[in-house]
Design a protein around this ligand. Structure first.
Ligand SMILES: Nc1ncnc2c1ncn2[C@@H]1O[C@H](COP(=O)(O)OP(=O)(O)OP(=O)(O)O)[C@@H](O)[C@H]1O
Length: 460
């Protein structure tokens, strides 16, 4: 379910149908318009495609508009109906409104009015569908499309919640803001959104850091060649290239103020014109933006527009730093070992069992970029059997030297638990932290899955 924009125009006058289709195509370019001249085919057309809106003539042979309105309301409740009527049928049109039509339009009225009503109705249907989808996904504990998240390994409950949230809002017409330190996986989340929203359309990224407002406008909107200056060549913008895909605005916090006004305009109006042209084009893509720093203080310092800030924050996803994702570390190291071994063309060395524990106090300031780099270095320094852990130890030592850190110590209660109580508590904690995934819990505890399973059975 994408932005609602499919419209079916129903009228027995073929000439009027053609004129109205052409007019709406021009005035509401984001709409996809079909027409139907035979009232008997309307319900089968609705059963075969997902129409957001039907523009319905009142007087037609076989089925009247009023009869069809009843059928559409009961069989296609997510489709809105606008009655299109002659002057002498206004009473019937008003009755149709009482029976659930969204609005009515008199054939002699200004078509601009009709275009505005159509645009509003499409927005309403889009919002309704979006709301239903978000509610449905929130109430569900499972993912509808888990394969979209294949590149994001995690067993952290907080991150798994963000998967469900992304699934819920991926189809919303509003932008999504990804917030997280460098290397927390914002780019991977943007790619997952692309998998959910439009896997067959392009995924286009623009890194905004260091770009001037003029460059950003040129890159996004493109340029038409100028007759008076043939040296200025036409250039397609990213908004054209991305089509119905996903546009990822990386580091939106670095956007200059005047470019912020332009981006807000693109998000709100959902249209743009290339530089040097008055021609307006629709924006049909999904927009995601990322930031490593909180935009609120930037706004307070006068560096980020409030209207853009709130528009971007409609749907926001916070990605936790790696230091708060202890559950994931051993699994991520194994994942990066495989990637590194494939890239280097060597056998994948084994991760020492105690490594995750040894590095659990390390803060990973560079998050997954840093962990990945360390593992690649470690694999290249390994003997093909056991992973060389020097890169990890060197990082920890450097970090301690810089920060004078002492390793985290366990804090015990005044009266010590017995060993079996401690075992039980540890197992319970590991299972809770891994959403009861025994393989991940066993990995955390440094034992095999079968050993964990035996202990659980014994404790019962
Ligand atoms: N959960 C994950 N599982 C496996 N690999 C991951 C995961 N999250 C991120 N990665 C990998 O870690 C690296 C950093 O991730 P990514 O580029 O998505 O971070 P980012 O937050 O967008 O970084 P930056 O702020 O620098 O743009 C990438 O190589 C990515 O493929």
């Amino acid at each position: 379910m994408k932005l609602a924009r499919n419209i079916l125009i129903v009228d027995d006058e073929a000439a009027w149908l053609r004129t109205l289709s052409i007019t709406l195509n021009r005035l509401v370019p984001e709409a996809i318009i079909d027409s139907c001249v035979d009232s008997r085919q309307v319900m089968s057309r609705l059963a075969g495609a997902d129409y957001a809106l039907v523009l319905l003539d009142l007087t037609m042979p076989f089925h009247s508009g009023e009869q069809l309105l009843d059928s559409i309301r009961s069989e296609s409740p997510n489709t809105r109906v606008i009655i299109v009527t002659g002057v002498n049928e206004v009473d019937t049109a008003v009755r149709c409104i009482k029976n659930g039509a969204y609005d009515y339009f008199i054939k002699t009225d200004d078509v601009e009015d009709l275009a505005n009503t159509v645009r509003r109705a499409l927005e309403v249907v889009g919002l309704e569908r979006n709301y239903h989808r978000i509610k449905e996904r929130f109430l569900s504990r499972t993912l509808a499309e888990p394969q979209a998240f294949n590149n994001i390994l995690t067993c952290e409950p907080a991150l798994l919640d963000q998967f469900r949230y992304l699934e819920a809002v991926a189809y919303s017409p509003e932008p999504i803001l990804l917030i997280g330190e460098a290397g927390t996986g914002k780019n991977e989340f943007a790619k997952s959104c692309h998998q959910l929203y439009s896997p067959d359309a392009p995924f286009v990224t623009i890194n905004l850091a260091g770009l001037s407002s003029e460059t950003i406008e040129l890159k996004l909107c493109g340029r038409m060649s100028l007759q008076q200056d043939p040296s200025v060549k036409s250039q397609a913008g990213l908004l054209h290239q991305v089509g119905e895909g996903v546009l990822y605005l990386n580091e939106i916090n670095a956007l200059p103020l005047d470019a912020q006004a332009r981006i807000l305009d693109i998000i709100e109006q959902r249209e743009y014109s290339p530089i040097g042209s008055d021609q307006i084009y629709p924006v049909n893509c999904k927009i995601l933006a990322s930031t490593q720093i909180d935009l609120l203080p930037l706004n307070q310092q006068g560096k980020f527009r409030k209207d853009l800030l709130y528009r971007l924050r409609t749907h926001k996803i916070n990605l936790p730093p790696l230091r708060y994702r202890q559950l994931d570390i051993a699994m991520l190291i194994n994942h990066f070992i495989q990637l590194a071994a494939e890239e280097i063309g060597t056998d994948a060395p084994l991760q020492p069992r105690e490594l995750a524990q040894q590095i659990s106090g390390y803060k990973f300031p560079g998050n997954l970029h840093e962990l990945k780099g360390m593992v690649f270095d470690a694999v290249s320094r390994s003997n093909g059997i056991q992973l060389n852990i020097s890169p990890f130890m060197e990082a920890i030592k450097e970090h301690k030297e810089l920060n004078g850190d002492t390793p985290d110590n366990l804090v015990f209660p005044q009266s010590l638990p017995t060993l079996s109580e401690m075992n039980r508590a540890l197992i319970e904690e590991a299972l809770n932290r891994t959403a009861h995934n025994q393989t991940a819990a066993a990995q955390m505890l440094g034992i095999s899955q079968s050993a964990l399973s035996r202990r659980i059975t014994k404790d019962k």
